[in-house]
Design a protein around this ligand. Structure first.
Ligand code: TYD
Length: 206
């Protein structure tokens, strides 16, 4: 059994995941925990190469199943190379997106079906699930506006309502079914969300 904690952060683009992760990492480090910050797709040398391909808006004809399998390949490498060793040495791993993004984006957004994606996940990753998943919930239009304010839209950020509506709904419906998830209103202030998040971590784990 691992002794560290595995926390994942989910939500549509621009929901503020990375800001919250960084603030939470500061808090945990102040409490003398060892913390690893990572992200998906990415987190390893192989994963970062796959990320470039997956986000590249010049890749126009990626079929949904290929997209899912590339995400899964990056994840398989990430789990074995980085996440499991960190947890086994007692570290807290804070990961910007994980498998729930595949269920939401490829399963719902691309239309592969959430249950199909879950089947693949069970086959590929077995029972490797986060200790806690924070869902930052936001109107997708607000999120996209924030996400593309200072940078060019990537391959996903070019999508619209038909894609992001189901993505957001899927994060919410997953959250209703399992106490592993905790939903936060991402339209609140950074400080308010962080305070709530720290209280949650305290009550669940400390
Ligand atoms: P990124 O810029 O990291 O997202 P964010 O805006 O949250 O910072 O881009 C990652 C993109 O990859 C994002 O659009 C969601 C998508 N994605 C999937 O479609 N499936 C997945 O399994 C993962 C991990 C990400």
């Amino acid at each position: 059994m691992s002794s560290g904690k595995f926390l994942t952060f989910e939500g549509i683009e621009g929901a503020g995941k990375s800001t919250q992760i960084e603030l939470l990492a500061e808090y945990l480090k102040d409490l003398e925990f060892k913390v690893v910050l990572t992200r998906e797709p990415g987190g390893t040398a192989l994963g970062e190469v796959l990320r470039e391909i997956l986000l590249d808006e010049r890749q126009k004809n990626v079929v949904p199943m290929a997209e899912l399998l590339l995400m899964a390949a990056a994840r398989a490498q990430h789990i074995e190379e980085k996440i499991k060793p960190a947890l086994e040495s007692g570290k807290w791993v804070l990961c910007d997106r994980f498998n729930d993004s595949s269920i939401a984006y490829q399963g719902a957004g691309r239309g592969l079906g959430a249950s199909h994606v879950q089947k693949l996940t069970e086959l590929a990753f077995g029972s490797f699930v986060p200790d806690l998943t924070i869902v930052l919930d936001l109107e997708w239009k607000d999120g996209l506006r924030r996400a593309t304010k200072n940078s060019k839209a990537d391959r996903f950020e070019k999508e619209g309502a038909k894609f992001f509506g189901p993505v957001r709904d899927t994060f919410l419906s997953l959250s209703r079914k399992d106490s592993r998830y905790q939903v936060f209103d991402a339209s609140s202030s950074v400080e308010a969300i962080q305070n709530e998040l720290r209280l949650l971590i305290k009550s669940r784990f400390l």
